[in-house]
Design a protein around this ligand. Structure first.
Ligand code: IPD
Ligand code: CA
Ligand code: CA
Length: 277
């Protein structure tokens, strides 16, 4: 089992680097890309599709029995023991507009549990990687989530998409600022979760995110000593869920700031969903 896990961990990093180099070449020639719209503020280009095809081909060449869930290509072999959950380019709006905040995100579930997280940022050549029980790293350097205990002690990453109503998000931003906090949205949820693992951001909140955006980041944050909500609850894998991640001393404060009703009889997931209406 350890070997099966290690082999996939090594492959995830190797394939992220190779696919990342190809994606970087396309980024540098992005004026040649045709950009299509998948919805409001949701874009795709051949760079996204080709990068996902490359990752799928390399994984299948080594582990033909493994399953796959990718943003562009959908779900294959959902009942497989190992399921690779991929966003070939997270931060597409940055990618197509010439900004550097984009990355490749590769998460692996084993028996439904997130065990491997790899987020590769080709522009900075930063490989964030974690294997359950073995810690989180950027390149060879170990990562530790923040020790901050208050929102005023650092910068919080936030994400928003038009998959949720604007009114579900703006009051939360107001509470962050009122508490002396500050927020940043760089356009890549996967990269911001990696930054939470690295202690660069004190936490991350997005009212709805998809599994391919965050599964790698979840493993990174947990292995760096941070806390993440139960993202896979309900239909999280296929339909997405809210994501909340923070250093362990800050997590409860962040949850209470997202939903001031925190502590009532609701389940944590219901509490989080309560912020959406
Ligand atoms: C998006 C980014 C963004 C997040 C959205 C995602 P994409 O992914 O991660 O930061 O706020 O929820 O959809 O479209 O750039 O792959
Ligand atoms: Ca994404
Ligand atoms: Ca994407």
């Amino acid at each position: 089992m350890i070997n099966e896990m290690q082999a996939r961990y090594q492959l995830a990093q190797a394939v992220a680097r190779r696919a990342g180099e190809k994606a970087l070449e396309m980024f540098r020639q992005r004026d040649r890309l045709v950009i299509e719209s998948k919805g409001l503020q949701d874009m795709v280009s051949a760079a996204d599709r080709d990068t996902e095809l490359l990752i799928r081909a390399e994984v299948q060449a080594s582990f033909a029995e493994d399953g796959f869930l990718g943003e562009e290509g959908g779900l294959e072999r959902p009942d497989a023991r190992f399921l690779w959950v991929i966003d070939p380019i997270d931060g597409t709006a940055c990618f197509v507009n010439g900004m550097h905040a984009w990355c490749l995100s590769i998460g692996v579930l084993c028996d439904g549990k997130p065990v491997i997280g790899v987020v590769y940022d080709p522009n900075s050549d930063e490989m964030f990687h974690a294997l359950e029980g073995h810690g989180a790293f950027v390149n060879a350097m170990p990562l530790k989530a923040t020790g901050a205990a208050a929102l005023s002690e650092g910068v919080l990453g936030v994400g928003f998409s038009h998959r949720v109503p604007v009114s579900a998000f703006v009051p939360f931003l107001s509470r962050i600022l009122s508490d002396g906090g500050m927020f940043i949205r760089n356009g890549s949820g996967a990269l911001m979760l990696a930054y939470v693992a690295a202690g660069r951001l004190i936490g991350y909140y997005e009212p709805h995110i998809n599994a391919w955006d965050c599964l790698a980041g979840i493993v990174l944050v947990r292995e760096a000593g941070g806390i993440v909500n139960d993202f896979l609850a309900g239909e999280g894998l296929l339909q997405g869920n809210p994501i909340i991640a923070a250093g362990e001393k800050l997590y409860e404060t962040l949850v209470a700031t997202i939903n001031p009703q925190h502590g009532s009889q609701q389940t944590p997931q219901a509490e989080i969903h309560a912020t959406l209406v």
